[in-house]
Design a protein. Structure first.
Length: 229
């Protein structure tokens, strides 16, 4: 089974189009998994989710998606200095995202898993299995922290996003894999990962694909998406 993974779209529908096109050019995937943070701060709304649904992408919930569950609880995770910008994005989302799409994001599961080959399991979450806000998914997380969060998960590979940079960490008998970000990487590049299990080993390929930054900026302006001061 060939699996494509990506995360942290943050409304960047132009980047998502580039990622899906490149996956197709590479021969496609049997399963595609999107690991959360679908909307804000880019111009994508229902159209971005429709694109994922039409491609049968399996989705899990990220921390930004919890803004549709409990705004005050969401704000409690952030410093007060970030609240004005977040509230502007929340107001934009309420105007531009349908109630059905909001409900979809609010009710997504926190995790997913699948058997890529007999006895070889992939487990995905946004950051940590029970906490999409965890900061332990960076490449510099202490080994003891990684063992505490991921070590008991019965899977050979654990994939996540949240931290917007690729990495692969060997942790005891597991591989920890950050698939980086579609929507919030520098240099107008969107990231994704393709993995499979061939000849008794995991094969992991991590990609970056350019997208049209001018088109994204135009859409952002046309749709009146809030920008940071």
């Amino acid at each position: 089974m060939r699996v494509a993974l990506f995360s942290d779209l943050h409304g960047n529908i132009v980047g998502l189009e580039a990622v899906l096109t490149r996956i197709d050019q590479l021969g496609g995937a049997d399963v595609m998994l999107a690991l959360g943070d679908f909307l804000a701060v880019g111009p994508g709304s229902d159209d971005l989710l429709d694109m994922l649904i039409s491609r049968h992408v399996r989705m899990i919930r990220g921390n930004w998606d919890e803004i549709f569950i409990d705004l005050q609880g969401y704000l409690a995770h952030l410093p007060a200095s970030a609240h004005p910008f977040v509230l502007k994005n929340y107001e934009w989302l309420m105007r531009n995202v349908s109630s059905a799409a909001q409900q979809l994001l609010a009710t997504l599961p926190l995790t997913d898993q699948l058997e890529v080959a007999p006895g070889q399991r992939l487990f995905v979450c946004h950051a940590a299995p029970d906490d999409p806000w965890s900061r332990a998914c960076g490449a510099d997380a202490p080994t003891a922290t990684l063992r505490a969060l991921y070590g008991a998960v019965p899977a050979q590979v654990l994939a996540y996003g949240h931290y917007h940079a690729h990495h692969i960490i060997h942790l005891d008998q597991q591989l920890l894999l950050n698939v980086a970000s579609v929507g919030m990487k520098r240099g107008a590049q969107s990231a994704f990962t393709i993995l499979d299990y061939i000849d008794d080993r995991w094969n992991i390929q991590q990609y970056q694909v350019p997208y049209d930054a001018e088109r994204l900026a135009q859409l952002t302006h046309e749709r009146g998406v809030p920008r940071p001061d």
